[in-house]
Design a protein around this ligand. Structure first.
Ligand code: HEC
Length: 200
């Protein structure tokens, strides 16, 4: 979905997507268009505009960061979506995915104490967790990234800065030295996952 939205939208591709989504309900789709006096072509134009509006909104709604902090945020987006694929479990908009990752949008785990967030990222987490007043018991666990040789302290600072300033979240950025400091303090922990009660 992300790739589709980010790519310049080609109406042929859009048409293909629509027909795939419509599937066997082509008649119903045609009736839907007729009722609105819309042709498939017009529908595509409207869809294209809607997608552009959503994109503009999400970009406009970004954050108040500038300079080095904004650069960190931008790198963090790449860590979130590609390098560490947080998105695969927590969703493209931090909304959470059933049985995978709980929401990150408006989560106090994200915007609260940065040390706790860094520890979760370094060492992972399992067991029931309460986010925004709802208790989740996902089938997945949160993998610790501290032992992953391709993920640097800078990556973890960047992704922290990104999640703390996306989807309505607004919290001070995290720096590389903050991650290095937590790594040192929790050195002996290795891959032992945290549980919620470890933090309270
Ligand atoms: C394999 C799936 C998976 C991936 C990948 C993953 N997480 Fe998680 N994450 C989880 C699960 C599951 C939990 C809940 C752990 C529990 O049950 O205690 C969680 C919990 C969290 C929490 C605390 C709870 C909350 O919802 O606020 C944060 C913050 C978090 N993850 C951030 C991240 C970030 C940032 C990344 C990428 C660097 C990431 N996660 C990658 C599955 C994942």
């Amino acid at each position: 979905m992300l790739k589709i939205i980010d790519a310049p939208i080609d109406s042929k591709i859009l048409l293909e997507i629509i027909y795939t989504a419509v599937g066997d309900n082509l008649d119903a789709f045609q009736r839907f268009l007729n009722k609105r006096n819309t042709s498939v072509q017009q529908f595509i134009v409207q869809l294209d505009e809607t997608v552009a509006a959503i994109k503009a909104k999400s970009q406009g709604n970004k954050n108040n960061l500038e300079g080095k902090q904004l650069e960190s945020f931008r790198r963090g987006k790449v860590v979130y979506e590609e390098k560490a694929v947080c998105m695969g479990c927590h969703g493209m908009d931090g909304e959470g995915l059933l049985n995978l990752g709980p929401p990150l949008a408006t989560s106090d785990w994200v915007t609260g104490d940065p040390e706790r967030l860094i520890r979760v990222l370094l060492h992972g987490m399992e067991g029931p967790v309460t986010v925004n007043g709802t208790t989740y018991t996902p089938l997945a666990v949160m993998p610790g990234l501290g032992t992953n040789p391709t993920i640097t302290d800078q990556d973890l600072a960047d992704v922290s800065t990104f999640v703390r300033n996306s989807w309505g979240n607004s919290a001070p950025p995290v720096k590389e030295k903050d991650v290095a400091h937590e790594r040192e303090l929790t050195q002996g922990r290795g891959e032992k996952l945290y549980r919620e009660e470890d933090f309270f």
